[in-house]
Design a protein around this ligand. Structure first.
Ligand SMILES: [Zn+2]
Length: 403
């Protein structure tokens, strides 16, 4: 079998082309199934065709580039949708590297490689919607009833998959492993001056919507002691949860109240309803389950104190995952050859499609440094040399794995 040799400049050129879809200053706005997302996926499918790969679009908008009919290839990729205000590299980098290694494998006559861009990794409709449906972690029926924060249903949004190309199924059984390179989205590599991160595991993530219901009323005539103010519930919950988590969490555990919707959200009205999401992440699934119990206890306690009603809904859970030992070994070897003494083992605090894919096949991930650790932000960036080095390390690891 011939060796895989990639063209780094061509990968960077693709990455720059991808950046132009939804470009906004130095960043990108390319939410799943938005106009720029559909346009970028059409472009990607075209680039796959030009490379001699066969593009396949599945019913949730994941775009695969397959090297003919082979049923034994490595799948390499990431996602190309972004946060509402996203950086230019989050996901896009791994998609560009996937395209490059798959294209180069055809040119070199090396072991066949397929590439993919998963859809809605950034959770417009649900956490990692595209890879969760593809791997069977979320049924299409369950996905279809999810809506974005404006009320657009996934069932309606995903009809646009047909605009990208002919929709069909891509069996995960075609692939023997999944590899992904991604920006770190954190400060560790940058702080230590390392250029490659070999990922050992991806933290588990839990998300749940909480709702406090009080009594919507006049802000001038309702005495303070007679109010049932839903926002006060949220405020008290937020300070109590930090104290109550203290006995359970480690310095690596994180939690966030990221989305808040107040009703009626009007200056002269006592808020009658506060909906908010809380999300928490850790490498220990047992700890994550304990935290959920604490969240419920705390919310119930706060509701009782303030005379509010409390409900929770839309719970989603993705377990912590470990990367495949054999792949980690190949990545370590490749990293030492490409960046001697300038790489380290890391855990991923961010969730990735790779976590879902790991249920079906051996999985491995590489990181490249994020300058100042900034991501999910227009300022997100990585040195071009590091983007090239990440791609070369991926190619070298593939050669090790397929030797
Ligand atoms: Zn990402």
């Amino acid at each position: 079998m011939n060796k895989l040799q990639i063209n780094g400049e061509r990968m960077l050129a693709d990455l720059n082309s991808l950046r132009s879809f939804g470009a906004c200053g130095t960043g990108v706005k390319r939410r799943a199934f938005s106009e720029p997302d559909i346009a970028s996926r059409k472009w990607l499918a075209n680039r796959m065709s030009e490379a001699g790969l066969v593009p396949h679009v599945d019913d949730v908008g994941n775009v695969f580039g397959l090297p003919g009919d082979t049923n034994d290839c490595i799948l390499v990729g990431s996602h190309s949708d972004t946060q509402p205000e996203g950086g230019w590299l989050d996901g896009a980098y791994g998609v560009a590297v996937g395209l490059e290694v798959a294209r180069a494998s055809l040119e070199c006559g090396s072991s066949p490689i397929a590439c993919v861009s998963f859809q809605d990794e950034e959770g417009r409709f649900s956490t990692l919607t595209g890879s969760r449906v593809w791997t069977g972690q979320l049924s299409l029926g369950e996905a279809d009833i999810r809506t974005d924060t404006d009320g657009l249903g996934f069932a309606q949004a995903r009809r646009r998959a047909a605009e990208i190309g002919t929709v069909g199924k891509v069996s995960p059984e075609r692939f023997r492993a999944y590899l992904e390179v991604h920006i770190e989205q954190g400060p560790v590599l940058d702080i230590f001056g390392d250029r490659i991160g070999v990922v050992e595991g991806i933290v588990g993530i839990r998300t749940e919507k909480q709702t406090f219901i009080g009594q919507q009323n006049h802000a001038g005539t309702t005495p303070m002691d007679l109010r049932k103010d839903a926002l006060q519930g949220l405020a008290r919950f937020n300070s109590e949860i930090n104290a109550r988590f203290a006995d359970v969490v480690t310095d690596k555990t994180v939690w966030t109240i990221g989305h808040v919707a107040l009703h009626p959200n009007a200056t002269s009205v006592v808020p009658g309803k506060a909906d908010f999401t809380i999300q928490w992440r850790d490498l220990d699934d047992g700890r994550l389950d304990k935290m959920r119990a604490i969240i419920h206890e705390t919310a119930r306690h706060v509701a009782g104190q303030l005379g509010l009603e409390w409900t929770s809904s839309d719970y989603s859970s993705i377990p912590a995952t470990r990367c495949d030992d054999h792949i980690v070994k190949a990545f370590k070897k490749a990293a030492e050859l490409e960046a001697p003494g300038k790489w380290r083992l890391l855990n991923s605090g961010a969730l990735h499609d790779a976590a879902n894919v790991s249920f079906l096949m051996p999985m491995g991930m590489l990181f490249v440094p994020s300058i100042k650790g900034i991501s999910h932000n227009f300022e997100e960036d990585t040195a071009l040399e590091d983007l090239l080095l990440g791609a070369e390390t991926m190619a070298r690891a593939i050669n090790i794995l397929t030797a």
